[in-house]
Design a protein around this ligand. Structure first.
Ligand SMILES: Nc1ncnc2c1ncn2[C@@H]1O[C@H](COP(=O)(O)OP(=O)(O)OP(=O)(O)O)[C@@H](O)[C@H]1O
Ligand SMILES: [Mg+2]
Length: 387
């Protein structure tokens, strides 16, 4: 789709990955190309571990919330992972992460210690598809809210302050509700105590709701377009449903309305911490009315649409780490997905058999073969010509 005309130039990408004693890997040194790379190998060989390693190297943490003890290869004392990042116009930077169980993670950029990698200007944004992440489509609203807030931050880094402000105000108001409840203060008297917190919370809620609404407005069209392109039948809509809509006054009114209940439970009921991001196909929740394959397509459309929005807004497209993504997709949808992935950006896709990826043998598609303990690049990808 539009991916072809949008500027790709500023997107950092993974140019090489080096692993030592990380999970299944004793040692692996891989060169990675800018386009699609297919990572294949049998069950348990270390394909997901390889994507995890790339994630650890770029962010300093795992996408599975794994501790260092789990990440270090059994029988070893420490693990190392390094990624060479190429950022057009800025040359290469090497991020390294050293993991020693019981010790702080050692993060470096070009050899110099750093406190974190997340804010480094050369850090590639990563968008991860794991089979577990289908919970984003099928699971509770809280997962979608957290995901939406991540997207908000990627689109508008300044929104971090907005979210913090809301979370702080909510925590303080909840703490006060707890105290008032313990002292059995009457709702009328409590209203006076709560007033300044209601005001702070309402102001922060308006800012957070606004940032979320703005992000969803940027996502809606690209996600719908990607769903259609991937062959999801019907029309996919992404819709932000704030629990309370309107200005600060509307929020304060909503807080006042639920004050008695809030005091009874010691908890704030109304607000953006109860919002929903609705994913619907032809007006019906895809979580309830979508097939397995359709839910997968929905998640892929969401991630791809987000990548499009990020590219359009920031000039930087995330690198896609797609684990076991071909399962449950029929031949036509696999073909479509591969066409989308080859049309732009960097993507690493794991499969048990390379034959599950149409055109995996094409000279433009990179190939990595994983076997227990090692991984080797059979071919380095190139950017496919965009028709
Ligand atoms: N710290 C560790 N040291 C050694 N091996 C580990 C460690 N952590 C995980 N493993 C092994 O890694 C293997 C799983 O690797 P991984 O999940 O990457 O496989 P996979 O290739 O993705 O397989 P599948 O096709 O089933 O998804 C398991 O056999 C597990 O025992
Ligand atoms: Mg796996």
């Amino acid at each position: 789709m539009e991916g072809g005309d949008a500027p790709q130039d500023r997107s950092p990408r993974l140019a090489a990955l080096r692993l030592r004693d990380l999970r299944t890997y004793e040692e692996a040194d891989l060169e990675l190309g800018p386009g699609l790379t297919v990572v294949s190998g049998p069950n348990g060989a270390g394909k997901t571990n390889l994507l995890e390693a790339a994630y650890v190297a770029c962010t300093g943490r795992s996408f599975r919330a794994a501790g260092d003890r789990e990440l270090v290869r059994r029988g070893r004392d420490a693990a190392h992972v390094a990624v060479e990042v190429e950022r057009p116009g800025f040359g290469r930077a090497t991020f390294t992460v050293g993991l020693v169980p019981g010790d702080r993670r050692r993060l470096r950029v070009d050899g110099a210690p750093v406190d974190g990698l997340l804010d480094h200007p050369s850090r590639p944004l990563l968008s991860v598809f794991l089979p577990d992440r289908l919970a984003l489509v099928k699971g509770t609203p809280g997962l979608r809210r957290a995901h939406l807030d991540q997207v908000v931050l990627a689109l508008r880094p300044a929104a971090a302050a907005v979210r913090r402000r809301y979370v702080d105000a909510l925590r303080q108001r909840n703490a006060l509700l707890g105290q008032l409840r313990a002292r059995e203060v009457s709702p009328a008297a409590a209203a006076t105590d709560l007033e300044p917190w209601d005001r702070a919370l309402a102001d922060a809620a308006v800012a957070l709701t606004g940032a979320r609404a703005e992000a969803v407005a940027l996502l809606a069209d690209p996600v719908a377009a990607r769903a259609e392109e991937l062959g999801l039948a019907g029309e996919l809509s992404v819709e932000y449903r704030p629990r309370v809509a309107g200005d600060a006054e509307a929020f304060r009114a909503a807080l006042a309305e639920r004050r008695v209940g809030d005091l009874e439970r010691g908890f704030t009921h109304a607000g953006p911490h109860r919002d929903e991001l609705a994913l619907r196909r032809d007006g019906r929740a895809i979580a309830r009315f979508g097939s397995q394959g359709e839910q997968r397509l929905c998640l892929l459309a969401l991630l791809l649409g987000e990548a499009d929005a990020l590219q359009a807004e920031t000039g930087r497209r995330p690198v896609l780490l797609l684990d076991d993504v071909m399962s449950e997709l029929d031949a036509t949808r696999r073909e479509r997905l591969v066409a989308v992935l080859r049309a732009g950006g960097q993507a690493l896709v794991t499969v048990t058999e390379a034959a599950h990826v149409p055109h995996a043998d094409d000279p433009g598609v990179g190939r990595v073969e994983v076997e227990p303990g090692h991984a080797r690049a059979l071919r380095v990808s190139t950017i496919a010509e965009v028709a």
